[in-house]
Design a protein around this ligand. Sequence first.
Ligand SMILES: Nc1ncnc2c1ncn2[C@@H]1O[C@H](COP(=O)(O)OP(=O)(O)O)[C@@H](O)[C@H]1O
Ligand SMILES: [Mg+2]
Length: 364
Amino acid sequence: MHTVIKMILLGGGVNVRNVVGILLDRKTYAGIQRKQTGYEQIDLYNRVAETLGIKLFYMYLQQPKGNTVIGLYVENDTYRLTRLPIPKVIHNRAMSLKPDLHTRLKRLARSSLIFNRQNRYDKLRIHKLLHTKMSLRKHLPVTLAYTRTHLLEAMERFPAFFVKPTNSSIGQGIIKLSKEADDTWRLFWSKSQPRLVSKEKALAYIQEKIGKQSYLIQQAIPLATYENRPYDLRVSVQRGEKGKWQVSGIAGKVAAPGRKVTNLAKGGEARRCEELFAGSGFQPEDMKAEIEKVSLRIAEILGARLPILADVGLDLGVDQTGHIWFIEVNGRDQRYEFKKLKMDETYYRTYETPLVYAKYLLSK
Ligand SMILES: Nc1ncnc2c1ncn2[C@@H]1O[C@H](COP(=O)(O)OP(=O)(O)O)[C@@H](O)[C@H]1O
Ligand SMILES: [Mg+2]
């Protein structure tokens, strides 16, 4: 075993102290040479690495052999399939929700600093964590664990609220309710036309949709609108130089007509936030500065409480009065709003910043 590694190291002249691992889903990894890597822009990672003078090693979640893993090492614009010692620093872009993948990740983490190692967090847990910070509370919509009692409480307290999975993404499984009159609720689900139902009917409907899944209840933010459609924001917040958090970009997402979720996967449309803000009567530059301030505070708290977090995509809402609300945090931000909007510099920066951070970690 040892000799093999040595041969590769000597033969290939790989300086392992300069190598950053990029950990991808197996399918994404398999698509690198065919250039079919979905939302992962391999060419951008490569360009950034060249500029920063670091070497990349693309990997997937595997059982290491000794202290080595196989992957694609990039050199002079070519990929070399090779076995190398586990890189000291790894930028995690893989999902490891399945138990066996999770075990492999843990094994890798024994000899590597894997940032964003965990990239899916329970929404209720995040809410509770941020809630401990007094200065952030005004940005947090009231959020309760889903129980029948809390559902009844929400119906008393809020004119509108959301019922959401605690551990899902891309707008899946989300229900919105708004009060129409005494004992009449308007219920929004997926693409269906909203229906008017009694309280009892609403309770039964929700229970049926939820089944045994873990859900939460959240006060609805009266989101600012564009052409009568609610919008919110995706904010990329990342650690870069010296590990400092920075806002790499802000993009708007507008819900499809008739929908209550802005996710692009649910027909939402990316829009420049300046345009949205101006349309709502907000001063775009002031609003952006305010969004950045809140985003940095949130990232700093999360970064201090969660293990080596360095790259998050925040969903923030702005209500009709201009108040900023936290909706959720994403640990594997696809950053595709920036791509869609042709915000090339911003898009590049969202790939560059984590690698600047990785380089900093290598030098420590
Ligand atoms: N409390 C809320 N008030 C207003 N809109 C909400 C609220 N919660 C969710 N939404 C809308 O639904 C979208 C999806 O919700 P989110 O919590 O981000 O879940 P997901 O992980 O599925 O993206 C949000 O981007 C927003 O447009
Ligand atoms: Mg979201």
